[in-house]
Design a protein around this ligand. Structure first.
Ligand SMILES: *[C@@H]1O[C@H](CO)[C@@H](O)[C@H](O)[C@H]1NC(C)=O
Length: 419
């Protein structure tokens, strides 16, 4: 079975393969139904009454409303290439701290992306069950997501400048899109952007990675012409559903707004940048290429501009000075944690990471993602927190009980093929 499966992986694409696998399972077991009996999910799944009181105790942050109760029902729409692994680490730790129930995918780290989300993809799903947090990659599907989560869920997501996102997506996923194989030369992205229509095929396999990927992730049609009313409607639907839309370019401001939206403490926001690409702090786009990338990803650009405006209105409402003060505090605390936890105080190349469990997942064809080494003699009080803060996403998912056999098998196949 395993040998057969491995062979199939070589011949067919990954996502197609997953689908075949699923259909096979369904065909073999006809009693598995696509539709579940309708059973209402409770209004709230905050199961620990103690939580309600914890924030009125001594660790109340200054400036927090006295009736602020930490929100524990959270949907994080994880978009691609948007620093979302760092946010996942924050959510994993928060979930563990409060013993929350995650709606995880089963056997892999995403909800069968790029298929639209369906409740049957949730590990151990049953109608009427209570889940607190949903945060793995998916192609958003509002009706199905809201059917799984309680009504008091706070919906959050994060966007990135579409030109930078396109560059990153082209870099990481370009070779998974067959129509890029015929692009000649070393500067394939530049070549593509010079005349995208020459290469792009909306029906081509995996084509969504190279046009309006954000809009696609939100379950919308990424190939709409700009004058189609469904562009506006799509943006409005996202604005209606999501309580907070963060921006990668203003990551710390985003986290402070998150703290405000969820009534969290500063402690909950502490983070080290995970899944960082080597040399990623400098843009690889010239102004000309940037303009072309924005023009090509015009829907995402419109989406980004819309939520950039709402973002800054929120910062304004929060208070500029208060924001600056909170960010300074967050930076100070993060720097303090880095000194306590990290060998050398900063990220290193994958080859310099000593512990295999600290190795981040690498993209196909390279070892560009950096990671960290835990310090040798961390004091008892910080040992656990340090380890959790530095644990890469896939290892953390495994620690939380997700069996990633499909993801791992895929990794082994890649190794055999030397991808
Ligand atoms: C985002 O909004 C700010 C504040 O209105 C503005 O200064 C900035 O130019 C906007 N950026 C983009 C990319 O639209």
């Amino acid at each position: 079975m395993l040998v057969l499966l491995t062979l199939c992986f070589c011949l067919s694409s990954w996502d197609e393969q997953i689908h075949h696998l699923r259909y096979d399972v369904w065909e073999a077991a006809p009693e598995v139904q696509f539709s579940f009996p309708e059973m209402p999910v409770p209004y709230s799944c905050a199961h620990q009454p103690s939580l309600v009181h914890s924030s009125s105790g001594t660790n109340q942050s200054p400036g927090q409303k006295p009736d602020c109760i930490p929100k524990v029902d959270i949907m994080f729409m994880k978009t691609h290439k948007t620093a979302s692994s760092t946010i996942l680490n924050i959510l994993f730790r928060f979930g563990e701290k409060h013993r929350l129930k995650f709606a995880f995918p089963s056997s892999r780290n995403d909800f069968f992306y790029p298929s639209l989300f369906h409740r049957s993809q949730v590990k151990d799903y049953g109608p009427g069950m209570c889940f607190n947090i949903m945060c793995n990659h998916m192609r958003f599907n509002e009706a199905e997501v809201t059917a799984v989560l309680p009504a008091d869920t706070t919906y959050i997501t994060i966007l990135r400048d579409p030109a930078e996102l396109f560059e990153s997506s082209f870099h990481y996923f370009g070779r998974l899109v067959p129509f890029t194989w015929k692009i000649s030369g070393d500067e394939k992205m530049k070549e593509f952007l010079n005349d995208p229509e020459l290469y792009y095929d909306p029906n081509g396999f995996n084509s969504f990675y190279l046009k309006n990927l954000l809009f696609f992730d939100f379950g919308q049609d990424n190939n709409l012409p700009m004058d189609d009313p469904r562009v506006e409607e799509g943006i409005r639907a996202i604005a209606r559903r999501f309580d907070l839309v963060m921006l990668v370019e203003h990551f710390e401001e985003s986290l402070i707004l998150l703290k405000d939206a969820l009534c969290w403490d500063m402690d909950d926001l502490l983070f080290f940048k995970l899944n960082v690409r080597k040399g990623s702090t400098v843009s690889k786009l010239s102004p000309e290429l940037r303009a072309k990338a924005l023009q090509w990803n015009a829907i995402d650009w419109k989406l980004y501009q819309h939520f950039n405006a709402t973002f800054w209105r929120k910062v304004e409402a929060y208070g500029r000075e208060r924001m600056a003060k909170d960010i300074a505090e967050l930076r100070r605390r993060n720097a303090e944690m880095a000194t306590i936890c990290i060998e050398g105080g900063q990220a290193v190349d994958a080859g310099s990471i000593h512990e295999t469990s600290m190795q981040p997942w690498q993209p196909i064809g390279e070892k560009s993602i950096m990671g960290y080494n835990l310090k040798a003699n961390i004091n008892k009080a910080h040992q656990k927190l340090c380890r959790k803060m530095l644990t890469p996403e896939l290892q953390y998912l495994t620690d939380l009980g997700v069996n990633l056999w499909i993801t791992k098998l895929w990794g082994q196949v890649r190794e055999i093929l030397d991808w």
